[in-house]
Design a protein around this ligand. Structure first.
Ligand SMILES: [Mg+2]
Length: 372
């Protein structure tokens, strides 16, 4: 594809409520959008959503790399199968910026072909089943602290048709986790899957104790019971714990995924295409995980609508109708750059438009116009 124009566009979205993480509360999400246009006027969009704690480059590096890309690509041929393009070596160690470039090229190619990006991905990749899905099941998020309010929140998720709901664990005390898990299960009833996420809060001993105490609430799986780097800890919990063990932070990089699969350290792998260099790489890791007997769940990384739609199309290309993914971003930000990923009845439908199915606000493109 011959690229006629390229722009790197820094954006900063404000969370509607602060997102609590192991390293503090975040009030906003900075990222960089990449817009690539061809001579016929098609524009493909990608996003770099760096998260250094997850193994990517930092924001400044991602922005510098994409500005370099934006300055270099116009007038040249860009190949999806030859990333990074010649001369842009700094993308090798910049998975977030790489995901933006790969994503923008894939979106552009799909728009030129007039079909959803998921179809384009599914036909390029040997990983999925071949046919991309039109609707993708997503889980609800249970975020209330107070068990009484949480029970209502869980009951609402069930009434809205979600097949699974996710609850953050790793509170100050185990009693608090148990009370919240009991409230979540009471609200969800017996048929909605309950997923836990401890974000690495526990030691192996603490995790054993917590998972035993939480067993009666029938968790589908518990994500990241121990720290990201503790592969041995994950492996020792898997099989012996009364619940399936999922890895999220531990699979932040392709290298981490390989180690995890080789060590048979998890039953479920949570894959964030934005952290893994893009959808193609994420699908390749997913295929390896499946061959090793692991379930794969795709997840967003708090990207804007652009990155969130990319993650959705990646999950659609994967083609697995039985898995519920963590992809919904509606309501996360005060204002987004386009249509966020929003479910109805527990499912998100692809918009049906070409590419990722959304267009950026023209004002956003104009304001930050030029070569980045
Ligand atoms: Mg997680």
């Amino acid at each position: 594809m011959r690229i006629a124009a390229a722009r790197a566009i820094p954006v900063r979205l404000r969370f509607t409520r602060p997102v609590r993480t192991a390293v503090g509360d975040f009030v906003e999400r900075p990222s960089v959008l990449l817009a690539l246009s061809d001579a016929e006027g098609f524009t493909g969009l990608g996003e770099a959503a760096p998260w250094p704690g997850f193994g990517t480059e930092n924001l400044a590096d991602a922005l510098a790399a994409l500005r370099e890309v934006a300055a270099m690509l116009p007038g040249s041929e860009a190949e999806l199968d030859r990333l990074p393009p010649p001369g842009i070596d700094r993308l090798r160690d910049a998975p977030a910026a790489r995901a933006a470039l790969e994503g923008a090229l894939l979106d552009l190619e799909a728009r030129r072909q007039g079909r959803p990006m998921a179809d384009c991905l599914a036909s390029r990749s040997a990983a999925g089943t071949g046919d991309a899905l039109r609707v993708v099941a997503v889980n609800a998020l249970l975020i209330e602290r107070d068990p009484n309010v949480l029970r209502e929140e869980a009951a609402l998720a069930r009434a809205r048709g979600y097949r699974a709901a996710k609850l953050k664990l790793g509170a100050e005390t185990l009693a608090e986790d148990v009370a919240r898990a009991a409230a979540a299960r009471a609200g969800l009833g017996p048929d909605v899957a309950l997923r836990g996420d401890a974000n690495g809060a526990w030691s192996v001993e603490k995790a054993r104790e917590a998972l035993a105490a939480l067993a009666e609430f029938q968790f589908d799986y518990v994500e990241q019971p121990v720290a990201a780097a503790d592969f041995a800890g994950l492996a020792s919990l898997r099989g012996r714990a009364p619940v399936r063990i999922a890895a999220d932070e531990s699979v932040a990089t392709g290298h981490g995924a390989t180690r995890l699969i080789e060590a048979a350290a998890a039953d479920v792998l949570v894959l964030k295409p934005a952290m893994l260099g893009g959808a193609a790489q994420a699908l390749e890791i997913a295929a390896r995980a499946r061959r090793a007997g692991c379930e794969v769940v795709f997840s967003h990384a708090f990207e804007s609508a652009v990155g969130a739609q990319h993650a959705l199309h990646c999950a659609a290309a994967w083609g697995d109708t039985t898995t519920v993914h963590g992809l919904e971003t509606a309501g996360l930000f005060v204002e987004d750059v386009g249509q966020p990923v929003e479910s109805s009845g527990g499912f998100v439908g692809l918009s049906g438009g070409p590419g990722i199915g959304i267009d950026l606000d023209r004002a956003l493109l104009r304001e930050t116009g030029g070569a980045g």
